[in-house]
Every structure is written in C-alpha cells, then in structure tokens.
Design a protein around this ligand. Structure first.
Ligand SMILES: NC(=O)c1ccc[n+]([C@@H]2O[C@H](COP(=O)([O-])OP(=O)(O)OC[C@H]3O[C@@H](n4cnc5c(N)ncnc54)[C@H](OP(=O)(O)O)[C@@H]3O)[C@@H](O)[C@H]2O)c1
Length: 255
C-alpha cells in the first residue's frame, strides 16, 4: 500500500467547488478517497461532484450544500455525509470569509464577528460534530486551511489574519485534546494562491509584484500546489503528525 493511499477513507471538504478546496477534493479522490463536495450553492456542488465522478468513477463524490455560518447546515453536512458513505475519516475545514480589506479602525462589528465566526467558531462546530465518530474508531484526520496571514502583521487584512492565527492555535488545542484518541489535527497555511478569494491581491500587476518581489520562487501558487499536503495529512503518510501548521508559500515568509 502506498503511504499516500486514501482508499477506504471518506473526506468531507468545505468550500470544495473551486480553488484550494476543489483541488484538495480532486487529489484526495485521485488517491482513492470518497469525497463530499460542499459550498453554499447546491447546483454548483452537484456539478463538481458529477465531474469528479466522471473522472474517478461513479460513487466517488457526493454533493451536500452547506453555509459554514449555519450550525444546522453543518450538522446536515455531517448527517448527509454519514448517510452517503457511512463515516467521515478526514475533515477539511477549508471555507472561510473575508468581507473587509483595510485598517482595523474601519471594520464594522458585524464584519469582524463574521470573520471570527466563520473562520474560527464554525470550524470548531464542524469539528465537534465529526469528532465523536472518530473517537469511536480511534482514527481521524482534521485539516484546517489557515493562511500565512496568521503568521505576520498586516495593515489591510487584520481581522482575517487574527482568525487565521487562531486556526493554528485551534489545531494545537484540539491536537492535545484528541491525541489520545489517535485523532490528528493540523493546519495548512498557504501563501498567495491564484483563486477568486485572493483576486484583489494578484489581479492588479502592482499588487502581484509587491506580493512576489521578495519571494524565493518569485511567483504566486495555484490551488493544486496545496492539495498534496492535504493528501499527506489525510493518509498514512501523516499518521504521526499533529498540531502542526505547514506553510506552503513559495518561500514568501522566509525571505
Ligand atoms: N487564495 C489564497 O491566496 C489563500 C491564501 C491563504 C489561505 N487561503 C484560504 O484558503 C481557503 C480557500 O480559499 P480559496 O482561495 O480556495 O477560495 P475560493 O477559490 O474563493 O473558494 C472558496 C470556496 O468556499 C466556498 N465558500 C465561500 N464562502 C462559504 C461559506 N460561507 N460557506 C460554505 N462555503 C463557502 C465557495 O463556494 P460558494 O461561494 O459557492 O459558497 C468555494 O467553494 C480559505 O480558508 C482561505 O482563507 C487562501
């Protein structure tokens, strides 16, 4: 068996209709996992699940729409995933929100709360819903998609960066709480990746130049360059890894 084999595993990935989440879902499916495709839009989830089934075989993917800001939606995501595949072995908390760019003095309370609720509290909700079955089986891998924003100060992404730093601590806390049940909890911290979410940071040539000028690889990343680490964390290759944050940023944070 390959170290990275995910045959027999079921992975639920939030925000998996495009960008990083979709790349993770596709690569996990390619490595043999059953995957649950989720975002706010049911029709898009169905389309993506259909495409993955077309590529990797019927029954590989199912679609369950869920807005991460709704506890009911997340419970339904867990229930429907269990109904479709019988269990959840790997949970990827990938979807996040950032409704505000600018100095912290200008952020509204509602915007600040939304960022903290969707990017931290909702992750804890979803993880708490999935963990009991992982405890029963004494096996599970939880992956939170954080950001290098959580490792540095920022003049425009303050609240978002706070939420992403908190995700790293959430992973450390939960790794300590659940380690005795053989549940691993890790973060991936991507640098700038070419997705809709980060468009404002790469669409404009000046911003792009500023983001990549001091980066060793001198470019931004693509979603697929994040997926391999998620496969590692979700497969046997990651069995002894927990509480960690793996930075994937072309070297941006070390230069
Ligand atoms: N791109 C980057 O440069 C970068 C860097 C560091 C970290 N990240 C992190 O990577 C993760 C994924 O971002 P991405 O860049 O891949 O974004 P993306 O390409 O815009 O994809 C976001 C996905 O999440 C879904 N989504 C958005 N809001 C949601 C909500 N409230 N509930 C459920 N699903 C929701 C979207 O579908 P719908 O809109 O249809 O719901 C879509 O499937 C985020 O946690 C982000 O913070 C990104």
């Amino acid at each position: 068996m390959s170290l990275f084999d995910m045959k027999g595993k079921v992975a639920v990935i939030t925000g998996s209709t495009r960008g990083i989440g979709r790349a993770i879902a596709e690569r996990m499916a390619e490595h043999g996992a059953k995957v649950v495709i989720s975002s706010r839009k049911a029709d898009v989830c169905e389309e993506v699940a259909k495409e993955i089934n077309g590529k990797f075989g019927k029954g590989t993917a199912v679609a369950v729409a869920a807005n991460i800001s709704s506890k009911e939606n997340l419970q339904n995501l867990v229930d429907e995933s269990n109904r479709a595949f019988g269990k959840i072995d790997v949970l990827v908390c990938n979807a996040a929100s950032n409704p505000y760019y600018g100095p912290l003095a200008g952020i509204s309370d509602d915007q600040f709360r939304k960022i903290l609720e969707n990017n931290i509290v909702a992750n804890n909700w979803l993880i708490s819903m999935v963990v009991p079955q992982m405890i029963e089986r004494k096996d599970g891998s939880i992956i939170i998609v954080s950001s290098i924003g959580g490792l540095k100060g920022s003049t425009i992404l303050g609240a978002y960066a706070i939420s992403k730093a908190a995700d790293m601590q959430l992973a450390r806390n939960l790794a300590c709480e659940y380690g005795k049940h053989n549940i691993r909890v890790n973060c991936i911290a991507p640098g700038l990746i070419k997705t809709d979410f980060a468009k404002a940071l790469w669409d404009n040539p000046e911003n792009l130049k500023a983001s990549t000028a001091r980066s060793p690889l001198q470019r931004i990343g693509i979603p697929d360059e994040i997926a391999g680490c998620a496969v590692l964390m979700g497969s046997k290759a990651g069995d002894f890894m927990t509480g960690q944050t793996v930075v994937i940023d072309g070297g941006a944070t070390i230069s």
